[in-house]
Design a protein around this ligand. Structure first.
Ligand SMILES: Cc1cc2nc3c(=O)[nH]c(=O)nc-3n(C[C@H](O)[C@H](O)[C@H](O)COP(=O)(O)O)c2cc1C
Length: 194
């Protein structure tokens, strides 16, 4: 055995989605953040395109992010559909976290690698971040939705037309008991052929 299987199993199973509403005010340190982002860089990447790109929001930039998301929702929503609770959540949520990371996929110019594989590589990078966060006792939350996928978000993040924002990743110390989740047994998810 090259690594401790019991350690890696425990880490994988302990990784949990914890939302910013359940974070403590305690800040995530920049050194921790760098460690987490460095783990992201080690995700697999077809053709070594390394398509991940992260925009890190801290301090006042969290306020800007909230304002941008609430405004974008407001402009995209008719008055009949407008939901004040949703608007308030988009506006205020980023500030419940000391750091929010925009998860982006930068499309390679020549588009040799299929787009789906570039998105898959970025998803692997997010898993690396989330596992590293778990090692620090941090909860993470990958949040997606219409605002994240909007053209406005691309402009806000200085992305090019063929790049994509895949969501926001919130990080923080939990103010709750570490959540428990379950998964369906392997039998439901596999078909063995011999
Ligand atoms: C690509 C992706 C997007 C997600 N977007 C959301 C989201 O918008 N809202 C949400 O509540 N959870 C979102 N999640 C998190 C899931 O709800 C969460 O992973 C699931 O409940 C399992 O919990 P666990 O991560 O603690 O195992 C997303 C997860 C992934 C992989």
């Amino acid at each position: 055995m090259k690594h401790s299987l019991s350690d890696i199993k425990a880490l994988i199973q302990d990784r949990r989605t914890i939302k910013p509403e359940d974070f403590k005010p305690r800040k995530v340190l920049d050194d921790q953040l760098r460690e987490i982002l460095n783990s992201a860089r080690w995700a697999p990447t077809h053709g070594m395109t390394e398509p991940w790109h992260f925009v890190i929001f801290q301090e006042n930039a969290l306020i800007d992010l909230g304002k941008f998301m609430a405004d974008t929702y407001n402009h995209a929503t008719s008055s009949e559909e407008f939901n004040q609770k949703k608007f308030d959540k988009l506006l205020n949520r980023p500030q419940l976290s000391s750091v929010v990371i925009a998860i982006c996929m930068k499309r390679q110019e020549i588009e040799k690698i299929p787009e789906i594989e570039e998105i898959e590589a970025v998803a692997c990078a997010v898993q690396n971040m989330h596992l590293t966060a778990t090692a620090y006792g941090l909860g993470g939350y990958w949040s997606s939705g219409a605002v994240c996928y909007s053209e406005e978000m691309k402009t806000f993040l200085n992305l090019q037309p063929k790049d994509k924002c895949l969501g926001l990743f919130y990080l923080g110390y939990p103010n709750i008991d570490w959540p428990k989740k379950h998964r369906k047994p392997l039998e439901y998810k596999t078909e063995w052929r011999k």
